[in-house]
Design a protein. Structure first.
Length: 158
């Protein structure tokens, strides 16, 4: 059996949930893209995982988020347990609605539309949409499932 680097993902805690984060810590970096297709995602991940491991800052659950804020690049966030030297640090706070999708990345446009419909059905408007890539492509292939979680940041419930 080929070696996997990503733990198996359990979709249940992430599917159709409302998450409230207050100052959740991340290392932030930038991935270059061409028409939203990442060009250096792997090298950016390796560089940051090395920094995180060297600092002993690995989070209990590694969450890798992507903010597709340009067709030419995306901000990526890797969860950490503490500050990491020589890395850009960021915190995320807010209320997020989450939904798990499974399938090939080419389905992303359809998933985004479904997520927008879900948020609208709850009387909300997404302020921001983040993508949680739960496993690397090699591990997704090995596990036979490619889970992707979409997180829509919304106004907090009253």
């Amino acid at each position: 059996m080929p070696e996997t680097c990503c733990p198996r993902f359990d979709p249940e805690p992430w599917d159709n949930q409302e998450l409230v984060w207050e100052g959740k810590r991340f290392v932030k970096d930038r991935v270059m893209s061409f028409l939203h297709i990442p060009l250096n995602f792997g090298s950016v991940m390796k560089r940051n995982v090395a920094k995180i491991e060297a600092a002993g800052a690995k989070a209990d659950e590694m969450i890798v988020l992507s903010d597709e804020n340009s067709i030419w690049g995306a901000d990526v966030y890797l969860s950490v347990a503490k500050d990491v030297p020589n890395a850009e640090l960021a915190t995320l706070s807010g209320t997020f609605l989450s939904k798990v999708f499974e399938g090939p990345y080419r389905s992303m446009r359809s998933w985004m539309l479904q997520m927008e419909d879900l948020v609208s059905s709850k009387g909300q408007q997404p302020e921001r949409m983040l993508t949680y890539y739960t496993t690397c492509p090699r591990c997704a292939k090995e596990y036979g499932k490619n889970y992707v979680v979409l997180l829509a940041q919304v106004q907090a419930s009253a």
